[in-house]
Design a binder for this molecule. Structure first.
Ligand code: HEC
Length: 126
């Protein structure tokens, strides 16, 4: 391969990589709300909690919490008062689900670091 050919190949690869990164970033943005790391955990209330509790904010706000059962009870009642659609028959199960998964004995929440955030913080766009 000639030098010129190599140069072209390099540029072509760089362009291809940029396109792929743009597509990946777009996809990541689109699927952010349902990316596996940011989903409510599996359990009897996963589907209902996802419907009721990710209407106004991301699941992350729930995943970050480490609350006692009493605190989760207050939280669920507060959110219900604010408009979360929780069937009264589901309230107890939902509180159990939340306090089991996000109780004070759980390890601290690890915020996911996406590639997008990593490139944004390297500051090339400023
Ligand atoms: C009607 C909209 C709405 C719904 C539905 C909703 N929330 Fe919220 N939630 C809010 C708002 C507004 C905040 C405050 C957000 C902020 O501080 O940025 C919040 C904050 C929170 C917080 C952070 C602590 C706090 O009290 O500020 C938790 C935990 C939470 N919500 C859990 C839930 C759960 C669990 C559900 C499902 C039962 C739910 N939310 C449904 C509106 C809602």
């Amino acid at each position: 391969m000639s030098l010129r050919g190599k140069g072209f190949f390099k540029w072509f690869c760089a362009l291809l990589l940029l396109c792929l990164m743009a597509v990946a970033a777009a996809l990541a943005q689109k699927t952010a709300a349902v990316s596996p790391t940011e989903q409510l955990p599996a359990g009897p209330m996963q589907a209902k909690a996802t419907t009721a509790c990710t209407e106004c904010h991301e699941a992350r706000i729930v995943l970050q919490q480490r609350l006692s059962k009493a605190a989760w009870t207050k939280e669920v009642d507060k959110m219900t008062k604010w408009g979360a659609l929780v069937d009264p028959a589901d309230r107890e199960v939902l509180i159990d689900y939340l306090s089991t998964n996000f109780g004070p004995d759980k390890p601290p929440y690890e915020p996911p670091r996406t590639a997008r955030q990593a490139t944004a913080s390297s500051g090339s766009s400023k």
